[in-house]
Design a protein around this ligand. Structure first.
Ligand code: NAD
Ligand code: ZN
Length: 345
């Protein structure tokens, strides 16, 4: 089968031929119908050799959807032909967070060598992907695979990030979304679907700001040196109750710190390498909570897929073939993908 692999640190991913994997006991083989490209893949492919944590070559793709193609011994929970989404942050399945479906918070997974598909395990940018347990699969129940694939991360991650802040977003409040890419344009819609807050979206690209407006942002601002002051102005001087940073660079975190209200939330989702200082003199107003969420829980994935079925969120998608995946990554790197790039194997 064809697969898109990261093979050598510092080199572009390649389309190669690899054997179709066979499901072992308890595993499920999916024929991939759609897989999304995430900016985190670019982050991973930017890590230096001495810090690179995964074995190479590695098939990329941590946003995957497919149909059940074959079952390993003992699997009865899914049937061949069923359309499913892959819940990616696999946990040990035995600890307290895992029992609650919060496998994204499993403290044992990494130590046990349990790694998400596309982020250590063979991923979904291939004709077939192996899933370690039917417990990692969520039925699509009629949802379009092209929509569902990006929702497994670009939808789930902002859903998880926003949910914890909903008590701080009553009518009259303001939420800021910094970076309206794959995750950010879904964050705007999720905020609109889940809260009455006014949504202010920031980006460096005018095209992305147009998308932000089209998907429901009340205000769109260029992300520059004036942005924090503009947010203060829009909020009568008090600042925004919730700031979600999908870039996470030094400059955007400075905007977040300068535009959040007293007792607000700053949520850093982007892996841009910046840091936020918490403490007296660090620039944050008193009572602010800062968090650094990772992906989301399995039940939250079910909920995001349900929001999409109800038409309350929809991913702006550009589709590519597997052969075009390296080129799609280049365009993502250049900031030229509006919404999410989705590969159709
Ligand atoms: P993307 O490339 O689709 O979107 C990034 C957006 O940020 C683009 O629209 C870009 O124009 C904009 N941007 C760049 N610099 C900016 C600036 N200075 N100010 C405002 N906007 C700016 O990326 P994505 O796939 O949506 O991922 C977003 C970030 O979230 C990445 O850093 C990714 O690694 C991270 N991520 C984190 C998690 C997690 O669990 N914490 C999960 C998925 C992705
Ligand atoms: Zn991702």
């Amino acid at each position: 089968m064809k697969a898109v692999q990261y093979r050598r640190v510092g080199h572009a991913p390649e389309v190669v031929d690899v054997p179709v994997p066979e499901p072992g006991p308890g595993q499920v083989l999916l024929q991939v119908t759609a897989a999304g490209l995430c900016h985190s893949d670019l982050a991973v492919m930017g890590w230096p050799e001495e810090q690179f944590p995964y074995a190479l070559p590695m098939t990329l793709g941590h946003e995957g959807v497919g149909t059940v193609a074959a079952l390993g011994a003992g699997v009865t929970a899914v049937t061949e032909g069923e359309a499913v989404a892959v819940y990616g942050p696999w946990g040990c399945g035995r600890c307290h967070p895992c029992a609650e479906g919060k496998e994204n918070c499993c403290p044992h997974a990494a130590g046990l060598g349990i790694l998400p598909p596309g982020l250590g395990s063979p991923g979904a940018l291939a004709e077939y992907v192996l899933v370690d347990s039917p417990g990692h699969l969520v039925p699509l129940n009629g949802l379009d695979p092209v929509q569902a694939a990006p929702l497994t991360d670009a939808g789930l991650t902002p859903y998880h990030a926003i949910r914890g802040s909903l008590p701080k977003l009553p009518p009259g409040s303001t939420a800021v979304v910094i970076g309206v890419g794959g995750l950010g344009h879904l964050a705007v819609q999720l905020l609109r679907a889940l809260s009455p807050a006014r949504v202010v979206a920031l980006d460096v690209s005018k095209e992305k700001l147009t998308l932000a407006h089209d998907v429901g942002a009340h205000e769109t601002l260029l992300s520059d040196g004036e942005a924090a002051a503009r947010i203060r102005e829009l909020t009568g001087g008090t600042g925004a109750e919730v700031v979600l940073d999908f870039v996470g660079a030094e400059t955007t975190l400075a905007v977040a710190a300068a535009s959040v209200a007293v007792a607000g939330d700053v949520t850093v989702v982007g892996l841009g390498g910046g840091t936020l200082a918490v403490g007296f003199g660090g620039g944050l107003p008193f009572e602010v909570s800062a968090s650094f969420p990772y992906w989301g829980s399995r039940t939250e994935l079910m909920e995001v897929l349900e929001l999409a079925r109800q038409g309350l969120v929809s991913c702006h998608v550009e589709t590519f073939t597997l052969e075009q995946a390296p080129e799609a990554y280049e365009r993502l790197h250049a900031g030229e993908i509006n919404g999410r790039a989705v590969i159709l194997p």
